[in-house]
Design a protein around this ligand. Structure first.
Ligand code: NDP
Length: 406
């Protein structure tokens, strides 16, 4: 019987633990550990009442490798699902290497003091993962995660060559607050206030990153089942691996939708310094403004009940099949209220948590295997696509005019 350890009991962790419990024939005995034990216990109680499945709970500081190693040695899990924050990626990976345990996360490492997203430090652990004969699966959420799998599926099954990818992330949900973020506010606000960046090959065929000011490039896209939305170019981590792994690619960009109210609040908070990530002294006490803001904003895990509407996340892909130019949109639509009924979480947590469970399931079943550190598009996309359909995130493909670019 497998043993599974999930670290992080926030909005996404709630979905992961529930979905793993629903697939308990694969995940076996499930343990949930987080910084605040009471959050784990609350979730475990909920699952006991709903499904009569017992989840073991533990307190852990995932910034501390020794504590993690002790916990892993006690539980002896087959896999650790890191659903805490990107700050903990490296420590949890180190603990997995030390204990020879498979590893999975949903977001790439970020240093708390620099708002920078890159895989460099996680990819550097590839040798250690190989030596320990374990697998590390990076970015098994929706974006990154499912978006990488959509691109892999297109490359493996739908196209001979792919030239352009636009990843589109639309949250058409309304929670009724003037301003709130739909996942961890600190991580979310660092991401959206950073400069934008996209990748394209120059006339010599060399790939280069082109930097933009935050929200400088806006396009309007008609999202199926939602409608037209302003979509802004951002940097997003899956582009770093996709531009390496999708052969023949000439351009990749990422767009996310934001409403007027969100952008006005964001600009104002930025202008007054509330998004700063350095320490500021206030009456003799040191505070980090963005952490204070996080404490003031609604907890994303409480948004579910009041959020109505849908998310639509997918990839517009242009390339060639049998010499013919094709452009498709491959996407999932997720309804906030529908998934709230199932997990008491909103769709952003749901669309992240379900793929985390699926990635771990494929590793435990041996359908995705290998020693080392991997991104999602490096495996056969088919089993993952099949699981999406059966585990609550069905996808669709529509054909678009091949000559009309976003
Ligand atoms: P939350 O802030 O809601 O939850 C994070 C959880 O991690 C909390 O339970 C928190 O504990 C715990 N935690 C934080 N620090 C530590 C620590 N040092 N030791 C142990 N536990 C810790 O975040 P979300 O659930 O919204 O997001 C979880 C992850 O999912 C993030 O990495 C986020 O970037 C990623 N994500 C990925 C997406 C994708 O599509 N790929 C989309 C959305 C999110 P406490 O309760 O004490 O605060």
């Amino acid at each position: 019987m497998n043993q599974t350890l999930i670290i992080g009991a926030g909005g996404v962790g709630r979905v992961v633990v529930k979905k793993c419990a629903k697939n308990s024939e694969i995940f076996g005995d499930i343990a949930l550990a987080s910084r605040t034990l009471s959050r784990c216990e609350m979730l475990a109680d909920e699952i006991k009442k709903e499904m009569n499945i017992t989840i073991a709970t533990h307190q852990v500081d995932a910034d501390n490798v020794e504590e993690l190693v002790n916990l892993i040695n006690k539980i002896k899990p087959n896999i650790v699902l890191n659903i805490a924050l990107p700050y903990q990626d490296l420590t949890i990976m180190d603990a997995c290497i030390a204990t020879k345990t498979h590893y999975l996360d949903t977001a790439n490492y970020e240093h708390p003091d620099t708002a920078k997203f890159e895989y460099k430090e996680q990819w550097a652990k590839d040798e250690d993962f190989k030596k320990a004969e374990i697998m590390g699966l990076l970015g098994s959420g929706f974006d990154p995660g499912v978006t990488n799998v959509f691109c892999a599926y297109a490359q493996q099954y739908l196209f001979d060559t792919i030239e352009e990818i636009d990843i589109l992330d639309c949250n058409g949900g309304d929670h009724g607050y003037a301003f709130a973020t739909n996942f961890n506010p600190e991580i979310n606000l660092r991401e959206v206030s950073a400069n934008g960046r996209y990748w394209q090959k120059n006339s010599d065929g060399i790939g280069e990153w082109i930097e933009t000011k935050p929200m400088e490039i806006k396009k309007v896209w008609d999202y199926p089942e939602i409608g037209q939305k302003d979509s802004y170019l951002l940097y997003h981590e899956e582009m770093e691996s996709l531009c390496k792994n999708i052969k023949g690619l000439k351009q990749i960009r990422f767009f996310m939708t934001f409403g007027e109210s969100y952008l006005t609040h964001l600009k104002c908070l930025e202008n007054v310094g509330m998004l700063r990530i350095d320490e500021v002294e206030v009456e003799g006490k040191k505070i980090v403004p963005i952490k204070l803001l996080k404490a003031l904003l609604p907890d994303p895990s409480t948004l579910g009940e009041r959020t109505v509407g849908k998310t639509n996340i997918g990839c517009v892909i242009m390339g060639y099949k049998n010499g013919e130019k094709k452009r498709i949109y491959i996407y999932n639509v997720c309804d906030h209220q529908e998934v709230y009924k199932e997990t008491k979480a909103q769709a952003v947590s749901y669309t992240t948590g379900v793929p985390a469970m699926i990635g771990a399931k494929l590793i435990l079943e041996g359908k995705w295997k290998g020693d080392g550190v991997f991104n999602m598009e490096e495996f056969d996309a088919k089993p993952f696509m099949d699981e999406l359909t059966t585990q609550g995130l069905p996808w669709k493909i529509i054909s678009l005019d091949p000559d009309i670019k976003l």
